[in-house]
Structure formats: structure tokens, C-alpha cells
Design a protein around this ligand. Sequence first.
Ligand code: GDP
Length: 425
Amino acid sequence: MASGPVAANPQTEALLRVVTAGSVDDGKSTLVGRLLYDSRAVMVDQLNAMEEASERLGYDGAELALLTDGLRAEREQGITIDVAYRYFATTRRSFVLADTPGHVQYTRNMVTGASTADVAVVLVDARTGVIEQTRRHLAVAALLRVGRIVLAVNKMDLVDFSEEKFDEAVEAASEVLCSLPATHLTAVPVVATAGDNIVTRSERMPWYGGVPLLELLESVPVEHPASPGARFPVQLVIRPRTDGYRDFRGYAGRVVSGSLKVGDPVSVLPSGRTTTVSAVETADGPLGAAELDHSVVVRLADDVDIARGDVIVGPGTPPAVTTSAVATLCWLSEEPLQAGRTYRVRHCTRDVRGTVTVRDRLDVSTLQSAPAESLELNDLGRVSVVTTEPLVIDRYADSPRTGSLVLVDELTGATMAAGMVEDTA
Ligand code: GDP
């Protein structure tokens, strides 16, 4: 068994970010609870609380959904045990599980969780197979370039462990994915309530030749697409006024693509000025390089005029500097997109105004795109965005962090949509 005592050190395998998705009652809470319970990855105090609650509420044995729903309820009351991200580890690997809170399965939760996930576990009920909600979740995961999708066909006990039902679900999911950006699909038939194929292999489905869900998750490689080069959006210009530091000028931010080394030639966009990195500083002292995701202060050899929102770009493929982009949006608001209306466009550390025009909308049941004027809650569609000031952007497929944007209502500040840049013009 993958999680056996002689398995490797969790440090040796990269941390895996997992998002779960499914419709209400497909068994998501039970599955996550089972995964934590059977792998003994859940903290002991949480286990005791669940066992006590199960007894108190009159369940026969431990009710696994309480492990997730119970924690969720506590979170909603503000008595937080953890936030929406659940950390757990087996002997082979550490995981961060994005738990999409609340029972109303808005795509918004899925988008938030999937935007940083390496793997999406998409649940379906074996009785109904792939339904519209599943198609939407598969489409969102593929569009967000989640590299691996695991289709967990749950409640196999209710279809008599039918291989045919399982195959039907897998085929339907493959069909959905074939017209979307490439992703790797694996499927596993499970019974979340009883634990079949969750941590241990099920004897009730001998026709299934694959490994249990946990083993799948423990062994999937984490693949990061090749970076187009360093991208360092400036959050803050640091220029202390104190005498001793009169000459100090640094730029605080986070490396969102590639890495920046001292001595690297860089250009500052949108102005296009070029210089070199003279130092990389942190609270713990100077570094030779700033790696992906590091928050640092970068100093440059020349005195270049830089403001918040500018991007320091390293050698490699340059990003576009443009006021016009085509993006795939996932509309996250109850209020539909109004054609031609101005929204605030948040992109990295820059915040500009932009007008949005819908090009087409994806019909999730047919997977065909058709011309449309508007987008409504949970819709996926392509739009043109024209901004008042230039943005320094990449295509989402090349660099997810500098290729994504968020549309915000100018008046209320509410998040309206999440977007992935497909093209720049
Ligand atoms: P969620 O809304 O997706 O989080 O679903 P829950 O985990 O709360 O499960 C919904 C219902 O389905 C509960 O009554 C579970 O006990 C039941 N359930 C979940 N998984 C299975 C399964 O594999 N087999 C059967 N028979 N019932 C299941």
C-alpha cells in the first residue's frame, strides 16, 4: 500500500495542491473525510471530535462527512480550526487541499481553488454520471490549465459496482475534455462511505486495474510549464528619507514567473528601460537570486523611474505591453456582464479601467461556443478587454500569474469575473 510505513520521506516528493469539485450530495465531504481518516493524516483531536459528534448525533459508526462539514460549520461560526485550505501529509507526500466552502456549488469556489491546483479531483455520482455541473468543473479545470484531473466515480455501491457505468462516466468526461486545453485524465471508481479505492484497493471491483485515489495523488508528478523568463511586478517603491539611506532605492514585490539573479540584465515595462539587477534583499539579508514566489526587494544598477504596477522582466520571451487583450472569463457575479461597460481590471499589481465586449459564450452542454452579448453567473466565455493604460501581460498558457486578470465592479468593489488571457493585440 502506498501509505505503508516503509514509504519515502514526504519531503522527497513535491507538495501537491489538490482541489476537489463535485455537485451537492455527490459525496465530496465524505470522500475528503475518508481520505483524511483512512490515511490517518487527520489530526487526532479532529478525529476524536468527529467520533464524539457521530455518537452524539446517533450515527452508526463514524460519520465521515462530519469531518469536513463539522469543521466547515465551525469555520462558518468563526471558530476556525483551519481556513479553506486543509494541509495533510502521508508518509510519501504533503498535500494542500482546497476545500470549497459552503453547499452552494458556485463555480467561483472551484475557480479560486483550481487557480493554484496541480490536481483537480472531480466527483461524479455513478448513478447519474457526468452532468452539466461536472462538465463545467471539467471545463474550468482544463481552462485554468490544471495539469491533472482525477475523475472519482463515487457511489459505485449504488450501481452494483458496474464497470459499464464507470466506463460511461470516463468516456463522457474524455469527450468534454477533448475540445479543451490538454490535461491528463485519470479515473477511479470509489465508494466514499465504505472506503473502496480511496486508500486501499477495493475487492468489490476486481475489474479496476488502477491504484486507489490516495496512491494516485501520492504519485502524480508535479509539472510546471516552462517559464518565459522572470516577471517581477513591483508592489512598492522603497526610498527611505533617512540620511544614512539617502541613496537607497529598492523595489518590493514577488517573483511570479522564473527567477531573478544578481547581474541579470532586465527591462522595466511598460517604459522599456534596461538595466541590471544589482542586489536582491530580504529581511534575513541579501540573496544571490530570487526564486519563484519569493517576496524580496530588488535593487537595480541604474536609477530608473519605476512605479507600483511596473514589471521588471528578465531575459527570455518578453511579455506584451498592450491595452488590448482577448481573455476567457469565468463570470462569478449574480449581476450579468453588461456589454461595453467599464470595469476595473486588476492585473498583478496594476489596477486600471477597461471596457469589456463579449465575443462568445461556451455552451456547457454542447461544448460549442456561440456568439453572445452578455455573460451570466458561472458562464464561461471569450471577451475583448480594452484598458485605458497599458498592461504588461503574457498568455495564461505561458505564464499563469501574469496571464490572469480579475474584473471588479467600479462602484461596489465586488469581484465580477476571473479571466485568463488567450491572446494580446
Ligand atoms: P457532498 O454534498 O458532496 O459533500 O456530499 P456528502 O459527502 O455530504 O454526501 C451526500 C450523501 O451521500 C450522504 O448521505 C453520504 O452518506 C452519501 N454518500 C457519499 N458517498 C457515498 C457512497 O460512496 N455510497 C453511498 N451509498 N452513499 C454515499
